[in-house]
Design a protein around this ligand. Structure first.
Ligand SMILES: Cc1cc2nc3c(=O)[nH]c(=O)nc-3n(C[C@H](O)[C@H](O)[C@H](O)COP(=O)(O)O)c2cc1C
Length: 189
């Protein structure tokens, strides 16, 4: 039996992203887990009052960094304290790619330097629609065809209701393939 638990957002887990920005010349990191994919580009739902937003509005650039559980403590820390009052620039070792204002985390399995292509504003949030111009992946997280193997990236995941971090499970099937078994069955009917 299913039970109605009310108006609860059940769309979890989400990948934890660490968004890198530059605000007034200083690198800043923020933990953003309310993310999405919009027509192939990415969306970050960010409270307007965050320090990071100042840099994003000005530069129109940012980085999105996926971390695995080995960097969970640092990931959580940058989601607990604000660049308004704390210098978080040294929390991660980083390097500069091709874009200004989009610092990239060294040793992270997957990092993207992104440009902001649109902003959807609501009362308390800015939803930045961003496009990756360059995506850098640790070589051991690529398969033999050069594609990203997310089981190897093993990104940290976020779940709201229990306020906890999760990691990936196993592959259970192939997309656009498993359903074909049912197509064969229905075509016989
Ligand atoms: C696990 C986790 C997920 C978070 N997800 C979001 C989010 O999706 N959107 C948001 O606006 N803030 C989110 N936050 C809160 C910000 O990371 C936090 O307020 C941060 O300190 C703001 O940093 P800044 O002021 O230096 O930009 C999250 C925090 C944690 C710990």
């Amino acid at each position: 039996m299913q039970k109605n638990i009310g108006s609860v957002n059940g769309l979890y887990p989400m990948p934890v992203t660490i968004v890198g920005t530059q605000v007034d010349g200083r690198v800043n990191w923020i933990n953003i887990a309310h993310v999405g994919i919009v027509a192939g580009d990415m969306m970050l739902s960010m409270g307007k009052r965050h320090h990071s937003n100042i840099g994003i509005r000005k530069n129109k650039t940012l980085s999105i960094n996926l971390l695995d559980a080995s960097m969970m403590i640092e990931a959580d820390y940058v989601g607990l304290v604000s660049g308004n009052s704390t210098d978080k620039s040294e929390v991660f070792d980083y390097y500069k790619g091709q874009l200004e204002g989009a610092p990239l985390i060294k040793n992270a399995p997957l990092v993207m330097e992104c440009e902001v292509i649109d902003v959807y504003e609501t009362d308390l949030h800015e939803h930045f629609i961003v496009r990756s111009l360059n995506t850098y992946v640790e070589e051991d997280c690529l398969d033999t065809d050069g594609n990203i193997d997310f089981l190897k990236v093993n990104p940290l995941l976020f779940e709201m209701s229990k306020r906890r971090y999760l990691s990936l499970g196993d592959e259970v099937g192939m997309c656009w393939h498993e359903g074909k078994k049912m197509m064969q069955e229905t075509s016989l009917r």
